[in-house]
Write a protein that binds this ligand. Sequence first.
Ligand code: MG
Length: 259
Amino acid sequence: MFLKKTFMLLLCMLMIVPAAAKSKTKVIAHRGYWKCEGSAQNSLKALERAAEIKVYGSEFDVHMTADGVLVVNHDNDINGVVIQKNNYSAIKDMKLSNGETIPTLEQYLQKAKEKGMKKVKLIFEIKNHASPEIDREVARKCMDMVKEYKLQKRTEYISFSIEVCKELVRQDSKAKVYPLDGKWTPEQLKEMGMAGMDYNYGVIAKNPTWVQECHDLGMKVNIWTVDKPEQMKQVYDWNADFITTDLPEQAQALLKEAK
Ligand code: MG
């Protein structure tokens, strides 16, 4: 009996160990989970749906209007009205494709605080603005609002603007910040106090050793925007920490297969 139990235990361990060692990649829904009924990119619904399918994180994009209101939207404009050049009043009634009104950052963070939403990480992209000064101002305002909502531990910042990234680290050395621009080596990112890199698939394909180099330096790697199954598998093979995708359910299913 004892031998049988020991044998079973060993068998279980053999089955568990390789699975745990492989494919630790976590899935991030790009602009929330929007390729589903009733959703739209960067909508409150997309954040809610991302939480429902239990992804690690939900990504979203933030711009500041000319009068200093932070709003969630990917493109520079909504229905042709450029967000950064107009006051909030010019866009506040604009609708997303699912009928929701364009969300402010405040509404978005309120949504993230609701019941059932508390496990999903907020992958907070701060868009480039007209000057490095404005970039830094927007970075501080975004961070202040995250603090106001006590969401620091759930928030990871990403940006194409290195000014934004540096300002975030300057304001809070514990903040998790990942540049998106693909320009920096693991050593340079470490020196700047970044949490890692969030680079395009093509950049990592050219520099696959960066994944391990980041890990060796105690940093993480996120790869965007990966929607093709063969590229998803490659990301899992590289052992990247995060995959950012428009197809989070497919990425989750493939991840289960890879385990
Ligand atoms: Mg984005």
